[in-house]
Design a protein around this ligand. Structure first.
Ligand SMILES: *Cc1c(COP(=O)(O)O)cnc(C)c1O
Length: 407
């Protein structure tokens, strides 16, 4: 072992601990669900992206099992060198219909869809204009690009600030970039608020920019049958690049880019994760087709998701918690102080509730919170149980009544 490395690692870890950022993954001992066993404890899980409860749905499981019988467990190659099976192709056709776009290309994950698409499309001579709260995978994709994008050079706009975005677009036009991309989360992953997509699209049209929206947290949650923010705002045909994830509400694994046939064609030829990383196992594609069948034909899971989210938010607010203006099932519970949020997470765990604290620098300093996500997998009893734990712990820590103020 290189001692310089070992010393450096130890220092870094200590620094993370000092900042309340050190993480130890808990181990799940049951399938994903509303109530799970983790590290030997039965808990209500409020930290899962399994929005529709599809991760352990009998029909989705069955489709995966049948696909193993038919196709085996691995694709054996990257997509373009013989790793594309009929199920992969069928999934993309089904997703294109679902999204009402010309074409869809599936990547291994939402993360690789972002990191594989943004630098491929946006090149030298272009500019990328980002919301300051965009997801890490967008940021990594942007950093891989040879386009202009830096915050220090003024290409990042204040969160959802449309006047600021317009100023930046004007400046971009004056500088004469070839292509201009506005990129935003559809639903912001930490705060649960929704991007002002209609205004973004109008501004993009006015200033000849293209729009990319990352719908990881809108897939299965917003729009017709969960088709995302473009559907939610009825902006069909006006969003150039939509990213969806197959790992959250769809319950399995993967990410996709929805857009024009030309876009797909180009990404097949140039998207590095597509070209150089192996295709999904066929059972993943088959399970996703089954998940999509459920989303398109059974409105019940999405209705239950929203009913649970509404109940959870209303009851937290009634108790005096600040849920920070969230508009979607992602529900932050404001704590303020970092140490308090970390303590709250620990005490909730003792009460049988798994919900994680989110601290600086993931969110601004002094705006620490517990992030909760009710889902269709929760029963009324699960949520009532969790609410009682929040009441008890919130009272003890003096978090009830604490407010982040106007956002
Ligand atoms: C989770 C997430 C991703 C990554 O999706 P995976 O399929 O889990 O890789 C991308 N963007 C946003 C906004 C996310 O929340």
């Amino acid at each position: 072992m290189n001692q310089t490395l070992q010393n450096w690692l130890a220092e870094q870890i200590q620094s993370l601990k000092d900042q309340h950022l050190y993480k130890v993954p808990r181990i799940l001992q049951t399938p994903a669900g509303g109530r799970v066993r983790m590290d030997g404890r039965e808990v209500v899980n409020l930290s899962s992206n399994n929005y529709l409860g599809l991760a352990n749905h009998p029909k989705v499981r069955q489709a995966a099992i049948e696909a193993i019988e038919k196709w085996g467990v691995g694709a054996g190659a990257v997509r373009w060198i013989g790793g594309t099976m009929e199920v992969h192709d069928e999934l993309e056709r089904r997703l294109a219909q679902f999204k009402q776009v010309e074409a869809v290309l599936v990547f291994q994950s939402g993360f690789t869809a972002n990191s594989g698409t943004i630098p491929t499309i946006m090149v030298e001579g272009d500019v990328i204009i980002s919301d300051e709260l965009n997801h890490a995978s967008i940021i990594d994709g942007v950093r891989l690009s040879n386009a202009e994008y830096r915050k220090s050079e003024g290409w990042v706009y204040n969160h959802k600030d449309m006047d600021h975005l317009e100023q930046i677009l004007k400046r971009a036009n004056e500088k004469g970039f070839k292509k201009k991309m506005i990129v935003t989360d559809g639903v912001f992953s930490m705060d649960g608020d929704i991007a002002p997509l209609p205004t973004i699209v109008e501004l993009a049209e006015k200033y000849d920019a293209l729009v990319m929206v990352d719908d990881a947290h809108a897939s299965g949650v917003l729009g017709k049958n969960g088709a995302g923010t473009t559907s939610h705002f009825n902006l069909y045909g006006r969003v150039d690049i939509q990213l969806g994830t197959l790992s959250k509400a769809l319950g399995v694994m993967g990410g996709y880019i929805a857009g024009s046939a030309l876009l797909k064609d180009y990404l097949i030829n140039r998207g590095r994760p597509y070209l150089f990383s192996t295709a999904h196992p066929p059972m993943v594609a088959a399970a996703l087709i089954a998940a999509l069948d459920i989303m398109e034909n059974d409105p019940e899971p999405m209705q239950r998701l929203w009913a649970n989210a509404k109940w959870w938010k209303e009851n937290l607010a009634n108790l005096g918690f600040d849920t920070m203006g969230s508009e979607t099932p992602i529900t932050p519970v404001y704590c303020g102080d970092e140490a308090k949020a970390v303590q709250m997470e620990k005490m909730l765990w003792e009460e049988g509730v798994y919900a994680l604290s989110i601290c600086y620098p993931t969110v601004p300093r002094g705006k620490a919170r517990i992030r909760t996500m009710p889902s269709a997998a929760h029963t009324e009893e699960d949520l009532a149980f969790a609410l009682e734990a929040f009441r008890k712990v919130g009272e003890k820590l003096g978090v009830i009544g604490a407010t982040a103020g106007q956002k």
